[in-house]
Design a protein around this ligand. Structure first.
Ligand code: ZN
Length: 127
């Protein structure tokens, strides 16, 4: 009998770095990032500017098996690990308006060198 092996689905999210009014900012190319818990999704973050090192943190708790903080350095890609089995799921998007919190996980993207917060995006966990 053949065994079914579930391959985790990775969502690649590039982070672009720009300078606006003399201040460095980061733009994740997907925000929010929608992920499925049952399909064991994970995020692969990378930075399009290899001269900027980034730190990704989930100040309110990580929805992933890896808690973070995640270090995005040079041309490397960092994996979040799968969505945790006990992660909360949003059942209200997009039918109900915000603000609702459940299943929404805010994270910060920081310049590792200066500690400055460059972006404040989010992940949405679905079933
Ligand atoms: Zn929602």
């Amino acid at each position: 009998m053949a065994t079914t092996v579930r391959v985790p689905t990775a969502t690649w999210v590039g982070i672009e770095i720009a300078t606006v009014d003399g201040k460095k900012v980061a733009y994740p190319l997907l925000d929010p990032i929608p992920l499925s818990k049952s399909a064991q999704h994970e995020v692969l973050w990378y930075c399009t500017d290899p001269t900027t090192d980034l730190t990704i943190e989930f100040p309110g708790g990580s929805p992933f098996l890896k808690r973070g903080p995640f270090s995005v350095m040079g041309e490397d890609t960092v994996s979040s690990g799968h969505v945790r089995p006990d992660a909360l799921v949003c059942t209200e998007c997009p039918t109900k308006p915000r603000p609702h919190q459940q299943g929404h996980y805010k994270y910060t993207i920081r310049d590792t060198k200066t500690k400055q917060v460059l972006a404040d995006p989010e992940v949405i966990i679905r079933n």
